[in-house]
Design a protein around this ligand. Structure first.
Ligand SMILES: Cc1cc2nc3c(=O)[nH]c(=O)nc-3n(C[C@H](O)[C@H](O)[C@H](O)COP(=O)(O)O)c2cc1C
Length: 200
């Protein structure tokens, strides 16, 4: 049995290429693992708050000293992290926004990147605590970033890979619907991304 976590980040619904791509990734995972259990974390309908002082203070206060408010903040963060820990397969729909990830995904990662939960430090430096997971990234962009002069502008896919690599998730596949704003490429960009999907 595979637990699958689908993280959705495009505020667009029917028009969203990353959702369409991510949904096909999910369909293909379900074809491969008929007993897959799917959980959706839609960051657009249920966004993580922007990190403020109360959140940061909570994360750095020992649990036994938490106020009632801090207990609830801590539980919220721990629940997000539990979802990640329980997942065997994680699918992230990731539209390119100003060369990076949507703010909703960035905010989410501020609540999941916690020492002692998703990573730890020891005498050898940082060590990821989420192991044996597969990550699929369903990326959508107006321009092209897989090759060419704008490759260096991509702070989306490499960023997600870095954060999840830091968590210990190194098995990552990326599917791209890219060039969605470029005439001559846009017409087939989503189809090309969908055709590239391989569930390994
Ligand atoms: C706020 C915003 C910022 C964007 N920034 C970029 C960008 O930096 N580079 C790019 O190639 N496309 C950019 N785009 C285009 C989107 O990446 C493209 O429309 C993509 O399909 C969005 O994903 P979605 O279809 O899943 O909503 C941007 C779109 C929006 C709405």
């Amino acid at each position: 049995m595979k637990n699958v976590l689908h993280i959705i980040t495009s505020p667009r619904k029917d028009l969203s290429a990353s959702r369409k791509l991510g949904n096909v990734v999910i369909e293909k995972i379900q074809e491969k693992y008929s007993d897959a259990v799917l959980k959706e974390r839609d960051l657009t309908t249920n966004p993580t708050p922007l990190l403020d002082e109360s959140h940061i203070n909570t994360f750095f206060t020992p649990a036994e000293n938490h106020s009632t408010e801090q207990q609830s903040i801590n539980k919220y963060s721990e629940d997000l992290i539990s979802e990640l820990k329980e997942a065997d397969i994680i699918v992230i729909d990731s539209p390119m926004y100003n060369f990076s990830v949507p703010a909703t995904l960035r905010a989410y990662l501020d609540f999941t990147s916690r020492a002692g939960y998703t990573f730890k430090y020891d005498e050898n430096g940082p060590k990821g605590l989420l192991n044996d997971k597969k990550l699929y990234i369903a990326f959508a962009s107006g321009n092209i970033y897989s090759e060419g002069p704008f490759q260096v502008f991509d702070s989306n896919v490499p960023y997600i890979k870095n954060v999840f690599g830091f968590y210990g998730v190194s098995d990552v596949s990326v599917f791209r619907a890219e060039g969605l704003a470029i005439p001559g490429i846009m017409e087939n960009a989503l189809e090309k991304g969908i055709d590239s999907i391989v569930i390994d």
